[in-house]
Design a protein around this ligand. Structure first.
Ligand SMILES: N[C@@H](CCC(=O)N[C@@H](CS)C(=O)NCC(=O)O)C(=O)O
Length: 367
């Protein structure tokens, strides 16, 4: 038998949930391997430049990192049932939702995991078993506590602070209602086939909101269509389904695009401005940006939210704008008309101010 692919990741991990669901849909033969401490702290950094999950090792021994790069390579190797729609509006819409799901949803995911203590037992067990599979429970628990403290240390930078709790919980519940209504009408975001947008969104919806006990019971439990979608995403019929005909974008997704253009875009512009300020202060010859810059503020629902600017997010948006630029003039006009109908006629002309290259979890400026 051919050697399988290996995914190093955890069920707890936001981005591992994205790649796991994707590999299953593509019918890729893979081993789902929990990351142990040696792999996370030594092998993965040596191969990819960052202590990160998920990572996929190909049968030839190539180490793929970043969920987008993993999917790009797997799409090349398994071209049946592509997960990026071929038609222009669905294509751009799906890439936008992927970027939004990956980047915007990190604060609510972290909030619901770390604010409700009933989630800790599962984190302690899974992370301990993952990191130190052969060790006694007490040692596992000690390391789990160390990692948990580190994660809690990131909360203020992602905006998880008491003053922002009400606005974020309100926002999340409203958005989950929107998703529940949508999945009552369609199995996936753009039809009967999952797209990169579905895989992005399963990131927060699986490990954090769909599996941690508090959000599982209080957020996902009461929303049966959302719950069924999470289950479908993890037990897909490989390669099945189609995107909606005629490049249609379901009306039930409209509130998601209102959020993309009305909230995520201002966040991206805030990051862009922070990047510009940091470039002015950066010594010549340095190109790699810090992972996080200063705090930025932007709309969230009826309120405002602030968190640290992550330059990586600009790279995710650059991918969307590149996909738009690769379209014919006629297809671009179709996308513009769609964005204009959502009140964002200039959306595809967003100026990011820099051209970025990804390096592990960092980005560097191409001058
Ligand atoms: N953009 C990356 C994000 C990966 C990521 O942030 N993974 C988390 C676990 S869900 C991690 O390992 N983080 C380590 C860190 O942030 O230093 C991807 O799409 O793969």
């Amino acid at each position: 038998m051919a050697k399988p692919y290996v995914m190093h990741g955890w069920h707890l991990s936001f981005f591992s949930g994205k790649t796991r669901a994707y590999l299953r849909y593509k019918g890729v033969p893979f081993v789902d391997h929990p990351v142990d401490a040696l792999t996370l702290m030594w092998k993965i950094p040596r191969k990819t430049g960052a202590a990160v999950m998920p990572v996929v090792v190909t049968p030839e021994g190539e180490w793929l990192q970043d969920t987008t790069d993993i999917a790009e390579e797997i799409e090349r190797r398994f071209p049946q049932a592509p997960v990026t729609p071929a038609t222009p509006r669905q294509r751009i819409a799906a890439l936008l939702l992927e970027a939004w799901a990956d980047e915007w949803w990190i604060p609510p995911a972290m909030h619901y995991r770390w604010i409700y203590p009933e989630n800790y037992k599962l984190f302690e067990r899974d992370s301990g078993d993952g990191l130190l599979p052969w060790f006694p429970r007490a040692v596992k628990n000690r390391l789990a506590a160390y990692v948990a403290n580190k994660m809690r240390g990131y909360l203020p930078a992602v905006g998880v602070v008491p003053e922002q709790r009400a606005v974020m919980e309100r926002w999340t519940e409203d958005m989950l209602d929107v998703l529940d209504r949508h999945f009552a009408t369609l199995p996936f975001l753009f039809g009967t086939r999952p797209s990169v947008a579905d895989f992005g969104l399963i990131g927060p919806m699986y490990g954090h909101l769909g599996r941690d006990p508090w959000p599982k019971q209080h957020l996902v439990g009461p929303r049966p269509h959302l719950k069924a979608w999470i289950e479908r995403m993890n037990a897909p019929q490989a390669g099945s389904g189609e995107f909606l005909a005629d490049d249609a974008i379901p009306e039930t997704l409209r509130p998601l695009f209102d959020a993309v253009f009305g909230e995520f875009y201002p966040m991206v512009e805030g990051i862009r401005d922070e990047v510009q300020a940091s470039l002015r202060a950066m010594p010549p010859g340095r190109a790699r940006l810090p992972r996080a810059l200063g705090m930025i503020e932007f709309p969230m629902g009826k309120g405002r939210f602030s968190r640290a600017a992550m330059p990586y997010t600009l790279w995710m948006v650059q991918r969307v704008l590149d996909a738009y630029r690769a379209l014919s003039a006629q297809d671009q006009a179709g996308v513009d008309a769609w964005a204009a109908a959502l009140g964002a006629p200039q959306a595809m002309r967003l100026d990011l101010g820099v051209r970025l290259k990804r390096m592990g979890l960092h980005v560097k400026v191409e001058r």
